[in-house]
Design a protein around this ligand. Structure first.
Ligand SMILES: *Cc1c(COP(=O)(O)O)cnc(C)c1O
Length: 377
């Protein structure tokens, strides 16, 4: 049996190597390493894939969040509400820009930001809400957009883990994750559902003026060379990365469907297991399973993880520590027990291997060993 990986980028490359090698070679031959034609081609292709939205590429998903907040002119002291259960980037840029970070609890079933918690956290100083579409499934965007409209707030969707996810409105219309709020951001980090071979990111917005401002900020605040209208940053998608993404975007839906089939297998295998909660499938979102994250409710999560490691089955804890209790964020003044839902999730969650190339033999090995351990007294 092939070695099981959380994400197997080597096997994916082996299947696409001819196309990818050609794409990289042609960029090197042209030597247009920055702002080469492949970047624009990729932005247009992604735009077509996402629907009615402008796409601006940038250096990575963390920069995308920062550029979004800069483009919306958020100022020190402005309050930004986001979830306490996410990757650090989301809160990092808020802190970095001197904005006031307001953390709220996730919904324990979907792991996504709780709209009720957001509503309770709104004050007269709130300027923006940052929902994160965690693990590949959308947060409840209609509720969040309603709260935003009521209070005149911006919504920045962190769609780094949800490239290709559909949000399904109550009326049944579908929109891609990241295209609903004021601005959507994403990451092309290698292990994301649409990943390049280094760092990369993008922003989406339906507002053409805002798109132009975002494009300028990502490139030193310039529209015309050496004329700086905004304070900007240096955050560009390298041409080689865009060329790789042009190949991989063609296969994104296929890859996401394969992930979904893996998730169906896990769901079924674990259906009768009392000490394990499989991921909720929301009625208002598709799920592209950036991660397949279960909750181990009998207190043996860490022991299970060790047991699996002994059987050559990797697993990961996304995310182990509530953000409000990380050393860098103690200045916020939260108490450890301020977020019981987040803390409980941090003790219970376990992400299992998830990628499009998992083989049946590997899946059986994972499921048998998870169940063998949990069914033991
Ligand atoms: C990966 C990720 C980011 C950051 O993306 P980078 O490209 O690594 O900077 C931001 N938010 C979430 C939720 C992520 O998973």
């Amino acid at each position: 049996m092939r070695k099981i990986e959380m994400v197997d980028l080597k096997i994916q490359y082996s299947k696409l190597s001819r196309e990818i090698d050609d794409a990289i070679r042609s960029v090197i031959a042209s030597s247009a390493f920055i702002r080469g034609p492949e970047v624009k081609i990729f932005e247009e292709k992604l735009q077509k894939y996402l629907g009615e939205v402008h796409v601006v590429s940038c250096g990575n998903g963390t920069d995308a969040l920062q550029i979004a907040m800069m483009a919306l002119d958020l100022k020190p002291g402005d309050e930004v509400i986001t979830t306490n259960f996410t990757f650090i980037s989301t809160v990092e840029v808020v802190a970095l820009l001197g904005l006031k970070l307001v953390l709220v609890e996730p919904d324990p079933r979907t792991y996504n930001i709780s709209p009720d918690a957001v509503r309770k956290a709104v004050t007269s100083r709130t300027r923006a809400i940052v929902p994160v579409h965690l693990f590949g499934q959308c947060a409840h965007m209609e509720s969040i957009m309603d709260i935003a409209a009521e209070h005149g707030l911006y919504v920045i969707e962190d769609a780094a883990q949800a490239t290709g996810t559909d949000y399904i409105s109550a009326g049944g219309t579908r929109k891609k994750a990241g295209t609903i709020g004021t601005i959507g951001t994403t990451s092309f980090f290698p292990s994301k559902n649409l990943g390049c071979y280094g760092d990369g990111g993008a922003l989406y917005t339906g507002d053409p003026d805002l798109a132009e401002k975002i494009r300028s900020i990502a490139n030193h605040g310039m529209k015309v060379k050496y004329h700086h209208d905004n304070i900007g940053v240096n955050s560009r998608l390298a041409t080689i990365q865009a060329a790789i993404l042009n190949v991989k975007l063609k296969y994104l839906d296929e890859f996401n469907n394969s992930r979904s089939a893996v998730a169906d297998y896990y769901d079924e295998a674990f259906a009768g297991c009392k000490s394990l909660i499989t991921p909720e499938r929301s009625s208002f979102s598709t799920h592209i399973f950036h991660q397949y994250t279960v909750r181990v409710t009998d207190g043996r999560r860490d022991e299970l993880r060790n047991y699996l490691a002994g059987k050559n089955i990797p697993s990961m804890i996304y995310y182990p520590g509530p953000l409000h209790f990380q050393n860098a964020y103690r200045y916020l003044g939260y108490r450890e027990d301020d977020f019981p839902v987040t803390s409980k999730l941090c003790r219970e969650v376990l992400s299992l291997p998830m990628h499009p190339d998992l083989e049946q033999e590997q899946l059986d090995h994972i499921a048998i060993n998870v169940l063998e351990y949990l069914n033991k007294e």
